[in-house]
Design a protein around this ligand. Structure first.
Ligand code: ZN
Length: 415
């Protein structure tokens, strides 16, 4: 990578125009582009496949959509902005008056300049999203010609999986949703950070195996879980990445377990970053942590975000565009993920070989300092380096370095 921050932003810009959905060619095209950066296996799951309490839906594709006035002028044009079509709209080509068309038009009265984002995944219907300003051009007496050239038929649900084997079979799961059309923060930012994270790890050896999922929200996570129950016991740590490019401070949402190592690792990294941030408890709403933390799955999977689900004004509107995501915010999000990797990878348990009384550091060429004393004191076989770092109030890297120095003597061994 030349400059990860700019590379991530450039990837978002390239993926931005693609009309994605929970199924269809937009997801395939997105994965094809991601494969230029990282090794991704593309999985195709047929329509009708039962996945837990759900069924893989029909595949949706759209090639064109517009509304023309009586003079043939396009008032709304999907090719200018794919948010204009309610995602998963069925096909239509018809003339109608505004009173009939009106119930298929969606605006955001509170923000007259933006186009809202809507879906109709599980109910066959059609519609257009437009700004209040665009709607003001429509007149009661006129007849409009409406076209949605879409198909909803037997096909596949497509997702991508990038698996990077490590020294251990135990895994770290990183998941992001790839089902939104032209929306940058939610969630091309998550996709770009996940891809950059995978690319970073692909170039080096690591203890854990890492599994990056690029999946449609909800149905994709449920499909993956239903097909991979045998893998679940190997998942030791996990995180859902979403909305990581806006200017807000980072928020980490704990897993349902609340005190998993991944929860503690993110809390530790954010605390020692010195930057403002929030830690919030799990609640069963939000992104795919809902699936990974459902009652019968209960994986140690948290969620990292900046702007929170539904709470920033650009959320699910045309204002969530390329100007809304910032290279520096993307880079900072990635840096925190990589710092968490350092904690997870280095979090081992050591044993003090001279635990009776304090060992003499000086005769082993070590200068007494607090980190060394904490590591010796708590390396009784029951405490990991993260336990020690938390109790000592010191950065993990400092504790790990102390353990490294002590391991070079006869005082400390890995358990
Ligand atoms: Zn969303």
């Amino acid at each position: 990578m030349q400059n990860p921050a700019l590379d991530m932003h450039a990837l978002i810009a390239r993926l931005f125009p693609i009309c994605r959905s929970i199924t269809g060619d937009g997801v395939r095209e997105t994965l094809r582009i991601l494969r230029e950066h990282i090794p991704i296996e593309v999985r195709e799951v047929p329509t009708g496949t039962e996945v837990f309490d759900w069924t893989v839906p029909k595949e949706w594709n759209v090639s064109d959509a517009w509304i023309k006035d009586a003079k043939g002028r396009k008032l709304i044009d999907f090719r200018k902005l794919n948010l204009h079509v309610v995602n998963y709209s069925s096909a239509i080509h018809q003339r109608m008056r505004l009173d009939e068309l009106r119930r298929h038009l969606f605006t955001d009265p509170e923000r007259p300049t933006v186009v809202p984002y809507r879906t109709t995944y599980y109910e066959e219907s059609w519609g257009f999203c437009l700004s209040e300003e665009q709607f003001a051009q429509f007149e009661d007496a006129q007849e409009y010609e409406v076209l949605i050239d879409s198909s909803l038929q037997e096909g596949y649900l497509t997702y991508g999986e990038c698996f990077l084997p490590g020294e251990e079979e135990n895994e770290v799961l990183v998941s992001c949703h790839i089902c939104h059309p032209s929306l940058a923060n939610d969630n091309l930012s998550g996709v770009a950070v996940a891809a950059a994270w995978a690319r970073e790890l692909a170039g080096r050896s690591h203890r854990y195996s890492y599994r990056f999922l690029f999946i449609p929200g909800t149905i994709g996570a449920i499909t993956w879980l239903a097909r991979n129950e045998a893998v679940l016991p190997r998942i030791q740590h996990g995180v859902v990445l979403t909305c990581l490019g806006d200017a807000s401070d980072l928020t980490y949402k704990r897993s349902r377990r609340g005190d998993a190592v991944i929860d503690r690792a993110f809390c530790h990294v954010l605390k020692h970053s010195g930057q403002p941030h929030s830690i919030i408890d799990f609640f069963p709403y939000g992104y795919d942590e809902r699936q990974y933390c459902s009652a019968g799955i209960n994986l140690p999977v948290g969620c990292l975000m900046r702007g929170r689900h539904g709470e920033f004004p650009e959320y699910h509107t045309s204002a969530d565009n390329l100007n809304f995501v910032r290279p520096d915010a993307l880079a900072d999000s990635l840096a925190k993920c990589l710092a968490v990797v350092e904690v997870l990878e280095g979090n081992r348990v050591y044993l003090n070989r001279k635990p009776k009384g304090e060992a003499r550091l000086g005769k082993r060429g070590l200068r007494s300092d607090l980190a060394l004393l904490w590591v010796l004191n708590l390396s009784d076989g029951d405490h990991s380096l993260l336990d020690i770092a938390e109790r000592a109030g010191l950065p993990f890297a400092t504790i790990k370095e102390a353990a490294g120095a002590l391991s070079a003597t006869d005082l400390l061994d890995p358990l």
